[in-house]
Design a protein around this ligand. Structure first.
Ligand code: SAM
Length: 278
């Protein structure tokens, strides 16, 4: 009988955030697949757990993924962890889950720390609708293409970012979203120097020019404001009446239909059609 893959979230800073179930799953697994075995070993030592570790990271994931799959198919249980946070969210676990799903292996996700959700909840931005955009590309061209595709995005947007790329990202975001767009910088979450800076893109550039960015960041950017609905003007009303009359409607019927279409009082449309103020 095939084993299982467990996705085990680990603390993003504060070791106290490991859950009882996460700990039990690590203890019970036959082996642990880790993004960086040295990082995971520190956590296991802290938890007093001794377990066989295999490395599974971006550059060995194809080869190691097949080996892990074989072991699970042979009946072993694997716990997958990333360096911090929820495996498979902007880290290589995504591919292992796809491979397991294709092979009919049961995957069980243990809920727990995730930098994106922790940041969103503390950001002060709207949380009702949001999209997760992960990391922007290092290449300026792809970064701009990614941001351009979000120009009219109305949902709150969540990005992961490294400190040395932050200024370039802010400059590109300002060009696409405008200097007034609200943004929250959620830095070093759950750690000693946790900081949430709620500001605008323009002000952030000034701030981080003075205070060079350090540590881990999640950027939570407000969505595009709803475009203000333009109210129809008397010129719009007059033009519509004229167009309908040209189609053969009487002035009375053209005024009635225009009033309905533009949601305006009939006397205002009538006055507009005659070139008068209502
Ligand atoms: N899978 C992990 C998760 O979703 O929690 C994220 C892995 S991703 C490779 C690492 C990125 O998550 C960092 O570059 C940073 O943007 C964000 N991150 C992780 N820990 C963080 C923390 N304590 N505070 C702020 N951002 C953090």
């Amino acid at each position: 009988m095939a084993g299982m893959l467990y996705l085990v979230p680990t603390p993003i800073g504060n070791l106290g955030d490991i859950s009882i179930r996460a700990r039990q799953t690590l203890e019970a697994a036959d082996f642990i697949a880790a993004e960086d075995t040295r990082v995971t070993l520190k956590l296991l030592n802290h938890l007093g757990i001794k377990k066989s570790l295999v490395s599974y990271y971006e550059h060995n994931k194809t080869f190691k993924g097949s080996q892990i799959l074989e072991r699970i198919l042979a009946g072993e249980t694997c716990a997958l962890v990333s360096d911090a946070g929820s495996p498979a969210i902007s880290d290589p676990g995504e591919d292992l889950v796809k491979q397991c799903a294709q092979a009919g292996i049961t995957v069980c996700a243990i809920p727990g720390p995730c930098a994106a959700i922790t940041a969103l909840s503390i950001s002060g931005q709207s949380t009702g609708r949001f999209c997760f955009e992960g990391f922007l590309s290092m290449s300026k061209k792809s970064r701009r293409e990614h941001l351009d595709s979000l120009r009219d995005e109305k949902r709150t947007m969540i990005f992961y970012e490294a400190p040395h790329k932050l200024m370039n990202t802010l400059e590109d975001m300002t060009q696409v979203f405008g200097a007034d767009r609200p943004i929250s910088f959620c830095r070093e979450l759950t750690k000693l120097h946790e900081q949430v800076l709620r500001t605008t893109l323009g002000e952030a550039i000034a701030y981080y020019t003075e205070n060079p960015p350090k540590g881990e960041f999640v950027l939570v950017v407000a969505g595009a404001p709803e475009a203000e609905k333009q109210l129809p003007t008397s010129t719009d009303a007059a033009a519509r009446v004229e167009a309908l009359m040209e189609q053969g409607l009487s002035r009375k019927d053209a005024v009635k239909q225009t009033a309905q279409e533009l949601n305006l009082p009939k006397n205002a449309v009538y006055a507009a059609a005659l070139g008068e103020e209502a």
